[in-house]
Design a protein around this ligand. Structure first.
Ligand code: DGY
Length: 336
């Protein structure tokens, strides 16, 4: 906080008014600068200039890269908290923040069920060929007769074997839906076995060896955070282990999957389909190879995008912000 007692907060996107109102109430001496755009954050140079002028709290979203180079612009050492309106925090250099005594907050739990809904929806959309089906309806002559015996046949999701990589909050929520709702058999891979959770989702089987999970699954769903270890986790060699009839479904981060390797596998008919809510880059250019490849369904990173969930995320995000600028422990901290 500056000697004037003013608390300066920069919010890089337009977020829900209710959340901003909460900040104004909780921090009456706040000077709140909200970037007036829902789709674009301030340019990097503007962010740098803001830090140089001095901000106590920063609210950001997943497109904002908060790295050491940016933090060096906090020349007054004034920044106390970075609060991201997301559960993922791979866009923040958490270690640099820790070293500088900057708290980092995120929005876990509130988006778990919504994202799990989307993962299941995307699995169905991909396996049942929604993209092609919608195109056929909209193109003149695309839908030729009311019902055709072998036309537009996809693959069943019910009863399938589903391999979940990373049985965290969202992994469990997806597994629960697919086991209890669709009768799927669940395999999972992760850093450790989770017998209690696994029992709740139908005796889900732990595969210590990722290769075993890949080889047995009809649907492979990575639900792990993006780290150095998980970047390109699904690559040409892992794809070779998968069944030719299998589907890959991604609602975590685009970087977990080598997109070119996926396109190669789909073109070679060594993979049946790729449904993804996340891409590299985002937004993906409309002439990108991924969009031209058979069997691909791409959504524009909308896993948590429901009115209820985005409001809940905004609330958590400003709770973290307020605690941070007051110097209190964050209610939803990123482990530093
Ligand atoms: C997150 O929160 O990390 C999602 O990717 C966006 O909702």
């Amino acid at each position: 906080m500056a000697a004037t007692g003013i608390v300066r907060v920069l919010v890089t996107r337009q977020i829900q008014e209710e959340a901003l109102e909460y900040v104004r109430k909780q921090v009456p001496n706040v000077e709140l600068q909200v970037h007036p755009d829902e789709h674009q954050s301030p340019a990097r140079s503007e962010l740098e200039a803001w830090l140089e002028r001095g901000v106590d709290g920063l609210v950001c979203v997943i497109g904002d890269v908060i790295d050491e180079a940016l933090l060096t612009h906090d020349t007054q050492g004034r920044l106390r908290v970075v609060s991201t309106m997301s559960v993922g925090y791979n866009h923040i250099d958490v270690e640099s923040c820790r070293q500088r005594g900057i708290a980092v907050g995120h929005t876990p739990d509130v988006l778990t069920e919504t994202t799990a809904d989307l993962a299941v929806g995307l699995a169905i959309a991909t396996a049942r060929r929604f993209r092609e089906a919608l195109q056929a309806v909209e193109q003149p002559g695309g839908w030729k007769s009311s019902w055709s015996p072998t036309w537009m046949c996809g693959t069943d999701v019910h009863g399938a074997t589903v391999g979940i990589i990373g049985l965290g909050r969202i992994g469990v929520a997806v597994a629960r839906r697919l086991h209890h709702g669709f009768g799927c058999r669940i395999l999972y891979h992760g850093t450790r076995e989770k017998p209690v959770v696994a029992a709740e989702i139908g005796q889900a089987r732990f595969c210590a060896d990722l290769g075993e999970l890949l080889a047995e699954s009809d649907f492979v769903i990575p639900l792990c955070p993006l780290t150095q270890k998980t970047r390109n986790l699904i690559n040409a060699s892992s794809l070779r282990l998968m069944k030719k009839s299998a589907f890959l479904i991604n609602v975590s981060r685009g970087e977990i999957v080598d997109q070119d390797a996926v396109c190669d596998a789909l073109e070679a008919e060594a993979l049946a389909g790729y449904g993804t809510d996340v891409t590299v880059p985002e937004p993906i250019p409309t002439d990108h190879r991924l969009l031209k490849t058979r069997g691909v369904t791409v959504l524009p990173h909308i896993g948590s995008a429901t009115l209820q969930t985005r409001l809940a995320m905004a609330r958590l995000c400003v709770e973290n912000l307020v605690a941070g600028v007051k110097g209190d422990p964050l209610p939803h901290p990123v482990p530093l």
